[in-house]
Design a protein around this ligand. Structure first.
Ligand code: MN
Ligand code: ZN
Length: 339
C-alpha cells in the first residue's frame, strides 16, 4: 500500500509499505479516507518537532472505514465509519492509573512517536476507535482529532455555560476550542493579528473578535465582562509574552490553559498567581474526548466542513505543505484524501 513518509527533515515521499495485518485480537484495520494536516506535521517535515524520530509515516488526524477486525473486537465492525484516537499509553504509570493517560510517562502518539495514519490502511487498537453514528462525508472523518484538542482544553479549564472565555489566537486549535466552548454555552472573545482568521472565527461562532494590532484588548475585555475581568483564558499563541499577558489579564479566581511545547521561559510574578489564586493548567492531546466531538459533529454544533480550507489527494502532499508554508494566513486546516 501507499503511505506518506517523512524520510528525514525536508524530504517527504509517497512510499510502498506492507499493508497492515491483524496480529492481535484487539486490532482494527481502517481503510483511511481522510487525514488532517497539523502544525506538528509541519514540525516533523521541517525538523522542528523535537518529539519525532525518522523515518516516520506521519498523520495523527485520520479516520475512515473499518476494513477488518481481530477476534476480540466488539465495539466496531467492518464498514463502520470511524475516527481514530492517536494517543497510545502504557496503562500502569501514575498518570494512567489516575485516568490521565494522555500524559502517560511512556506516551506515544501515532504519526509522531510511531507510524501514523497518512496511509491507505492503518492498524489501530480497538480501544482507540470511535464510531460515527450518522453517515458522514468521507473527507471529514479525519477531522475529529483537532476538535478533541478543543474538548480537552474545555475540560481542563472547566468551561461551562455562561463562562466568559478569552481565546488568544484564531488558528485551528483556537477555533476548535471556541466551537466546543460555544457548545458548552460559554461566551467567547478571540484575538489574532490576522484579520482573515478573525473573520473566520466570527463566522464559525465567536461572539467577539479583537484585532490586537489595532485595538486595546484590556478595554475590549472590560466591556465583554462588564468590568469584571476575564475568568478563563486559553493561550493558543504559545509564546513567552502571551503567557505573561494571560497571567496579567486573568481576573481573581481565573483559569489559564497553556498549550505551548517550546522550552522558552516566561517572566511570571508569583504574586499575580497567589493574590488572584489563579489556576494555571496544561492541556495536551486528549483524554477520551472523541465521543463528545462526534456528538458535536452529529448535532451540528461543531463544523469540520468549515474548518477544512481545502482537500488534496494524498499524492499531492507536497502541494499541501507548500500551501501551508507559503500562505499560512489563508489556511485553517488542509485535508488529505486517500480514496
Ligand atoms: Mn493535530
Ligand atoms: Zn502510562
Amino acid at each position: 500500500m501507499k503511505a506518506i513518509q517523512v524520510i528525514e527533515p525536508f524530504r517527504v515521499e509517497i512510499v510502498d509499505v506492507p499493508k497492515p495485518e491483524i496480529t492481535n485480537p484487539d486490532d482494527v484495520i481502517i481503510r483511511v479516507t481522510s487525514g488532517g494536516i497539523c502544525g506538528s506535521d509541519i514540525g516533523i517535515y521541517n525538523g522542528t518537532n523535537s518529539l519525532a524520530t525518522y523515518p516516520r509515516l506521519i498523520g495523527h488526524e485520520f479516520g475512515g472505514i473499518v476494513e477488518s477486525i481481530g477476534s476480540a473486537v466488539t465495539n466496531t465492525a467492518p464498514g463502520d465509519q470511524v475516527a481514530a484516537d492517536p494517543v497510545i499509553s502504557c496503562g500502569h504509570c501514575y498518570a494512567c492509573r489516575i485516568g490521565r493517560h494522555n500524559v502517560c510517562r511512556d506516551l506515544e502518539v501515532m504519526g509522531v512517536h510511531r507510524d501514523g495514519g497518512f496511509a491507505e490502511y492503518v492498524k489501530v487498537p480497538a480501544a482507540n476507535i470511535h464510531l460515527y453514528h450518522k453517515k458522514f462525508d468521507e473527507s471529514l472523518l479525519g477531522l475529529a482529532e483537532p476538535y478533541t484538542i478543543g474538548v480537552e482544553i474545555n475540560q481542563r479549564a472547566q468551561i461551562q455555560a455562561d463562562d466568559r472565555v478569552l481565546i488568544m489566537g484564531a488558528g485551528p486549535i483556537g477555533i476548535c476550542a471556541m466551537q466546543v466552548a460555544k457548545r458548552n454555552g460559554a461566551k467567547v472573545i478571540m484575538t489574532d493579528l490576522v484579520k482573515e482568521r478573525l473573520y473566520k472565527a466570527k463566522e464559525m461562532g465567536a461572539d467577539e473578535i479583537v484585532s490586537v494590532s489595532e485595538e486595546n484588548l484590556e478595554e475590549r475585555l472590560d466591556r465583554f465582562t462588564e468590568g469584571e475581568g476575564i475568568p478563563v483564558i486559553v493561550d493558543t499563541v504559545c509564546i513567552p509574552s502571551s503567557f505573561e499577558q494571560a497571567v496579567k489579564l486573568a481576573c481573581p479566581a481565573g483559569r489559564i490553559v497553556c498549550l505551548g511545547l517550546k522550552n522558552q521561559p516566561s517572566s511570571i510574578c508569583m504574586a499575580d498567581i497567589t493574590k488572584k489564586e489563579l489556576t494555571i493548567v496544561g492541556s495536551r492531546l486528549n483524554n477520551h474526548c472523541f465521543d463528545e466531538v462526534i456528538a458535536g459533529f452529529e448535532d451540528g454544533s461543531l463544523t469540520p466542513q468549515k474548518l477544512m480550507t481545502k482537500a488534496y489527494n494524498y499524492k499531492d502532499i507536497m502541494d499541501a505543505l507548500t500551501m501551508i508554508t507559503e500562505h499560512p494566513k489563508d489556511v485553517l486546516k488542509l485535508v488529505l484524501k486517500f480514496n
